[in-house]
Design a protein around this ligand. Structure first.
Ligand code: IMP
Length: 442
């Protein structure tokens, strides 16, 4: 069972970092395949907390191979800062490999991201302003600068000139910005090249070698299904494909190399940035969840929008990704609620009921969540380690979700600590080794 993809099944921030960190313990390599430093992972190990944006979470295990695949967009300044911070805390980063084909975020991408948002005014997407969209746009326009270009001064300079030329008009307001000086930019990026050279590799070949040797490779997604540029709530999406299918293209392997797809969802829903969110809570309950769940962005610090778990969107994500398992994080945040609501369908502006995610944005924008009420539980879940430790209300909640999604819940988060998880038999059997398979419903 060599290839396991971990993806966000909502709008990002589902707690993929913690789950990847847990699963990485049982894997040989961890690979990022899309997105960039718009992502943010917080990993708690004992008293220590780690915040990673680009480097796969597996880096905290000595000797694990960590790969940044070709589908990722890399801000080299951020990557080097992250490497330095890890080194300063005595983490061995020598196992990191960076695809020579990955695209680089350039200073003008950052400026264009902010300028683009400002221009959109009230229609703005609420991007992380990390230059992600403009970088992927240059990649598609074949004007991108790739990691390998850092190793060839002449080519680097030529490519920067070619990339900036068609943007002359949009870059005009930044004419005096020192970061746009051709000489300074080239020198700066050549320095990054020297710093990163030891990590640059043909990572697709490395993937083939690992998989051919039957090594367990964990593909770590960033963001989530509903932010997918093709299938998400466009245009309020990111500029890459956070779906399991992208794990192949973003690293250079084929679909047959993927054996399992684990989707991560919170026990409720959050979203940052603008865009439709049918199960959003605007009143007191939304604030309660935000406060209890610490729902503030790792990357931007923005307060996240909060809502009940949306099973219409989650079912859609399960199908888009062909989920083989569902991980439910932050179940403990819902403790102490008398009743819990779950969105099981949408009601359209004209009264139509949607059990499936509507394809038309106008329809989606005007839907309201139809809620089913379940009983809650009062017990603290922090010490629960098995399904039978969970109160009846929590188990019923998991069973309800499994029935609606059609994938077994394999792992449940019951607190921020690394050990605060409940493995189901099915999860343990598939990730750690043979044993009796059973679902949360059992
Ligand atoms: P961008 O990826 O910075 O272009 O932002 C596009 C949209 O995706 C915005 O709504 C962001 O808030 C959202 N987004 C990007 N990365 C993440 C993430 O890691 N978690 C949650 N939302 C994200």
């Amino acid at each position: 069972m060599p290839g396991i993809v971990i993806v966000g099944a909502q709008w990002g921030d589902e707690g993929k970092g913690k789950i990847t960190d847990l699963l990485a313990e049982h894997g040989d390599a961890v690979v990022r395949f899309q997105g960039g430093n718009n992502a943010g992972h917080t990993i708690v190990r004992g008293e220590e907390e780690w915040k990673l944006h680009l480097i796969p979470s597996g880096i905290l295990y000595p000797g694990k191979r960590c790969v940044i695949g070709n589908g990722v967009v890399i801000d080299p300044k951020v990557l080097i800062e992250e490497l330095d911070a890890l080194r300063a805390r005595r983490v061995d980063v020598s196992g990191l490999r960076i695809s020579a084909n990955a695209h680089l975020i350039m200073p003008y991408h950052l400026l264009l991201d902010s300028a683009g948002e400002a221009k959109l005014g009230s229609l703005q997407i609420g991007t992380t302003r990390r230059g992600i969209g403009p970088c992927y746009a240059d990649k598609a326009a074949r004007l991108g600068i790739r990691v390998q270009d850092l190793l060839d001064e002449k080519i680097l300079k030529k490519k920067i000139v070619a990339a900036m030329e068609p943007k002359r008009l949009s870059l005009r307001p930044f004419e005096k910005d020192p970061t746009l000086d051709l000489h300074t930019m080239t020198e700066e990026y050549l320095t990054y090249g020297h710093r990163l050279e030891q990590h640059i590799a043909d990572t697709a070949r490395l993937m083939w070698e690992l998989l051919d040797e039957d090594k367990k490779v964990i593909f770590e997604g960033a963001q989530g299904a509903m932010l997918d540029i093709d299938h998400g709530t466009y245009p309020f999406v990111t500029s890459s494909n956070p779906l399991s299918g992208a794990a192949c293209v973003g690293t250079g392997v084929g679909p047959k190399d993927i054996d399992e797809v684990w989707g991560i969802s919170k026990a409720y829903t959050t979203r940052v940035g603008a865009g439709p969110f049918p199960s959003e809570l605007h009143e007191e309950m939304g604030e309660t969840i935000r406060r209890r769940g610490g729902e503030f962005g790792t990357t931007t610090g923005r307060p996240r929008r909060t809502g009940w778990l949306d099973l219409v969107a989650l079912r859609y994500a399960a199908r888009l990704n062909t989920l083989t398992a569902l991980v439910l994080t932050k179940l403990d945040v819902l403790s102490g609620l008398d009743r819990i609501q779950v969105c099981t369908s949408y009601r359209g502006a004209e009264g139509a009921e949607f059990e499936d995610f509507p394809y038309h944005q106008t329809v989606l924008h005007h839907t309201t969540a139809q809620l089913t009420e379940l009983r809650g539980w009062s017990e603290d879940l922090g010490e629960c380690r098995t399904l039978s430790d969970l109160p009846d209300g929590a188990r019923e909640y998991l069973q309800f979700i499994e029935e609606h999604i059609g994938a077994p819940v394999t792992l449940i988060g019951v607190g921020p600590g690394r050990d605060q998880v409940v493995w189901t038999d099915a999860g343990r059997a598939s990730m750690i080794g043979p044993g009796a398979g059973a679902s949360a419903a059992a």
